[in-house]
Ligand binder design. Structure first.
Ligand SMILES: [Zn+2]
Length: 305
């Protein structure tokens, strides 16, 4: 028995720490600053200290994008659960059950239709907290349903991947989602509608090898890891040290894989401007469409000799 049990409760209360729920504070993975969770949510889960972009749950992502935080959630058809009766450390069917009860979602994707800057759009968002956002049959189906809704409504299709890649528990069925999601993108393209991809941390594996790299415009969030195989695997294979910032959004932008790196706080405005330009519709007739490009160099501001 601990000697503490002999101390009267009132005195014990003075020396023991009060119960503080751990989830009130979150530590920034980049600068290690402790941030109050409400402050973090209010700042769209961007660290107020160093600007590090933490992962954003699907629902919160939709809130940051659609007008008045309102949208119509698309019903995604159910799929066969665990077709291979797969088992690793745990049964896949049990893993699905656990993830469904903790996230409240049926799988790793959510799709919605709403308005962005007064213009219609369909958005599909990955939920990384559901089995690492892995792409199985349900995710492939979700992309297809969302893309077809965009075609039906004649509106742009936006996708926000955040995924570790294919879902190995579904074997070949999960790999088949790569061509399947590519066909979904093709249907949007054939309808002459814009397809915009916002790469969020992380976009890797089969997801980066299919629909995520096919955007008419490819945007990435700052610091997002985007690549096919992991950096360590590549280093071990080629036996070379990879450059700093390899597979990060900024590196990909410098090497022409990404069109723009946009901070989460500027994402909605950027999407409005892009949709406006690509669809040739003005959200508000008197609002001038500003170009992202710097003004052309004149003789006075040209490079010094
Ligand atoms: Zn930070």
């Amino acid at each position: 028995m601990s000697w503490l049990t002999n101390i009267p409760p009132k005195i014990r209360a003075l020396v023991t720490k009060p119960d503080v729920p751990d989830n009130l504070w979150q530590q920034c993975t980049a600068c290690e600053q402790m941030i109050f969770h409400r402050e973090l949510d209010a700042n769209l889960r961007v660290c107020p200290g160093c600007g590090f972009h933490m992962r954003l749950p699907a629902e919160q992502r939709l809130k940051t994008v659609f007008d008045d935080e309102t949208w119509e959630k698309l019903e995604l058809p159910g799929c066969v659960n665990d077709p291979l009766k797969f088992r690793d450390r745990k049964r896949y069917s049990d893993r699905l059950k656990d993830n469904r009860s903790t996230t409240g979602e049926t799988d790793a994707i959510m799709a919605a239709e709403g308005k962005i800057g007064g213009m219609g759009a369909v958005a599909a968002v990955f939920n990384f907290s559901f089995m690492g956002g892995s792409m199985g049959m349900a995710v492939g189906e979700g992309i297809l349903v969302a893309a077809r809704r965009a075609v039906e409504s004649g509106v742009p299709f936006l996708i926000f991947p955040s995924s570790g890649g294919a879902r190995m528990q579904e074997g070949i069925m999960s790999l088949m989602q790569m061509p399947r999601s590519t066909i979904a993108v093709q249907e949007v393209r054939e309808a002459g509608l814009p397809y915009i991809v916002v790469l969020t941390d992380p976009t890797t594996g089969g997801v980066s090898a299919s629909f995520a790299m096919l955007g008419d415009i490819t945007i990435a969030e700052p610091g997002a890891v985007v690549g096919f195989a992991g950096a360590r695997v590549i280093e071990d294979t080629i036996r070379e040290k990879l450059p700093d910032g390899f597979q990060r959004a900024e590196y990909l932008y410098e090497h022409g894989m990404v069109d723009m790196v946009v901070k989460r706080h500027d994402m909605r405005e950027t999407l409005i401007r892009i949709i406006d330009l690509l669809t040739n519709r003005r959200s508000t007739p008197d609002m001038p469409v500003q170009s992202q490009l710097p003004p052309p160099e004149t003789a006075e501001t040209g490079p010094a000799e």
